[in-house]
Design a protein around this ligand. Structure first.
Ligand code: ADP
Ligand code: XUL
Length: 581
């Protein structure tokens, strides 16, 4: 097969601690990766892990540092011999979510008239900005503003219903409200507010670009169903809602169809040799870019077993909850990305591992997890050494044995401990996975209902849901496992059995997922925009993805194994109830 001349696509990732840029070719082959570590490469800013920790929970990042990092990354990219920036067709990327950058009224003119003989920072800082720091997603200084947001629309559940999330400290709406309240002069001098994603796209385009719609869902300001800002929420920032809309740059750019927000700024063309026709497609948030790094389609689930457990899934069901997040999908029209974050993941498992093996060996833990002869069928446990988000309860441990009567009622018998710690090993993994299953189910389409499952109309309560047990008879299509604990066969095996994916379980390494998602978004958007593909993003990536080299297929679940866990769902519901008391 003769290969066409290589062309390239850049994917950026502006995260908390670094700016990364990946280069791929049209075959999705990784050609180069460049990283600027903020603390290491730009020590003069004095950041600690990329941020400034200030009083009362305020956490911010210096915008000038990000700007210098952009020049640095292009300086390095322009020196590479294995590809030329002239052959880059398009770029996109991913940025830390929720952060906001405050531009002055001079920004537009300064961005449009950059002199390539001078550094970006020298020309933009401080004049292009009304504020030299951007709030970081780890900031937790906006408690009062979060209360105001929830009160302004009738509570947490209502805010989640409208915007896809309840109020969170880090979300941009409460952050802007805090700045409008505490720094009224700064707010008044602000002509435009970007998310970190639209800030980076603006630098590269040499113009102020609009916000991207999927990332805009991380603000507590945007209605996911109406696809517009909500005036009653904007009012929390300023009564003059037209001015707030103007500051936000008007309507965010729609995710329905890929269209460029600009071409590479003459600054980067003249200084580093970027192609003047290189298109810039909207940048998005890092979690949203992560789902673009994998061929995830409707009803597929990504299970990240890191320090904490995070579930990302693709759905067409808008079923919001105050305990998780729904965002508009960045590349698949009429779909959403669900994001469920648990605090108690690996660390809670490690505590039990260490009771079984003081030398921190996972083997005794794993043997217990896989031992179906232990006799744990009527046991259920919740293991929350840290306060938990889902369910939203303080730190606690609860263990119980249970029985279920013929009318579906669960009888719990609380116990202080099980027969021995091997039971805890098995029960913690099962109940963590089961918790994921019951939160995922309402987000799956009806086509996921297992035809062999029993119809059981007895009702169970989880978070704000009070569904018949049959609601939990849905099985995801495919499950992808990533993160530190995904290396553990026993843990992954049990998660796979409990979740019950019908079309395969896969393990992957994802060291560059956010930047890679940016590369794939740039590649597909370019081809789609040029008319070279009409395939929707999910199908395109499914086809182009290097399945053999990039994934490891894991064993499938049987319907019997999956159904075995149905019996434990009402018991988990009853046990969680006890945590609220
Ligand atoms: P982070 O979430 O901080 O990015 P990782 O994805 O690397 O980190 O996950 C770290 C966690 O992975 C650790 O807390 C550790 O308990 C867990 N982990 C690593 N290897 C194993 C293993 N073989 N079995 C179970 N857990 C593991
Ligand atoms: C998501 C969130 C973090 C940041 C990390 O809501 O706050 O994952 O996006 O960069």
């Amino acid at each position: 097969m003769t290969r066409e001349k290589s062309v390239y696509f850049l994917g950026f990732d502006l995260s908390t601690q670094q700016l990364k840029c990946l280069v791929i070719d049209q075959y999705l082959t990784l050609v180069h990766s460049e990283t600027i570590g903020f603390d290491k490469d730009l020590p003069e800013y004095g950041t600690h892990k990329g941020v400034y920790l200030k009083e009362e929970g305020t956490i911010e990042c210096p915008v000038a540092m990000w700007i210098e990092a952009i020049d640095m990354v292009f300086e390095r990219l322009s020196k590479r011999k294995n590809f030329s920036l002239k052959d880059v067709k398009a770029m996109s990327g991913s940025c830390q979510q929720h952060g906001s950058v405050y531009w002055s009224s001079k920004a537009e003119e300064l961005l449009q008239n950059l002199d390539y003989n001078r550094a970006l920072k020298e020309q933009l800082c401080p004049d292009a900005f009304s504020r030299d720091v951007a709030p970081n997603w780890q900031d937790h200084s906006t408690g009062a503003q979060c209360d105001a947001f929830e009160e302004s629309c009738g509570g947490a559940e209502m805010l989640a219903q409208i915007t896809g999330s309840r109020a969170h400290y880090r979300f941009t709406g409460p952050q802007i409200m805090k700045i409008a309240e505490n720094e009224p002069e700064t707010y008044a001098k602000t002509a435009r507010i970007s998310l970190v994603s639209s800030f980076l796209a603006s630098l590269l385009a040499g113009d102020l670009t609009p916000l991207e719609e999927a990332d805009a869902c991380g603000m507590n300001l945007y209605s996911v169903e109406d696809r517009d800002y909500v005036d009653s929420l904007l009012c929390n920032i300023d009564q003059n809602v037209d001015d707030v809309r103007k500051k936000l740059g008007g309507q965010p750019v729609s995710t329905d169809k890929p269209s460029p927000v600009g071409k590479s700024s003459p600054y980067f063309v003249k200084k580093y040799g970027l192609n003047p026709e290189c298109q810039i497609f909207p940048f998005t948030g890092d979690n949203l870019a992560t789902i673009c790094s994998l061929p995830l389609q409707k009803n597929d689930v990504l299970v990240s077993l890191g320090t904490s457990t995070t579930i990302l899934l693709v759905t067409d069901q808008y079923h919001p909850s105050p305990n998780y997040h729904l965002f508009i999908h960045p590349t698949i029209p009429h779909h959403y990305m669900g994001m469920i974050c648990y605090c108690n993941g690996s660390l809670a498992r490690e505590r039990i591992r260490d009771q079984l093996s003081p030398s921190h060996d996972w083997r005794p833990f794993n043997d217990a997890v896989l031992d179906d002869s232990l006799g744990t069928d009527n046991e259920i446990g919740c293991y929350f050494p840290l306060g938990e988000i889902v369910p939203n309860v303080p730190s606690n441990y609860r263990r119980a044995t249970f029985s279920r009567s013929s009318d579906g009622k669960v009888e719990l018998n609380m116990v202080d401990s099980f027969k021995d710690v091997t039971h805890d090993a098995k029960n913690i993994v099962e109940s963590q996975a089961l918790s994921c299953r019951v939160r995922i189910s309402p987000l799956l389409s009806d086509e996921c209902i297992d035809p062999a499952a029993k119809l059981d109309e007895s009702r169970v309560h989880f978070d704000c849901d009070f569904f018949p047990l049959s609601e939990y008879n849905k099985r995801p299509r495919r499950a992808f496992f990533v993160g530190g604990a995904s290396k553990n066969d026993a843990i992954v095996d049990r998660f796979a059995q409990v979740l019950g994916a019908t079309q395969g379980n896969f393990r992957l390494e994802t060291p560059n997922s956010c930047a890679l998602g940016g590369c794939y978004k740039a590649l597909w958007s370019h081809l789609f925009h040029e008319g070279s593909t009409s395939a929707p993003f999910g199908e395109f990536l499914n086809e182009a993805f290097n399945w053999k080299t990039d994934t490891e297929a894991l064993g499938d679940t049987t319907s019997e194994r999956w159904q075995y866990y149905n019996n434990k769902i009402p018991a988990l519901s009853a046990l969680e109830e006890t945590l609220y008391k």
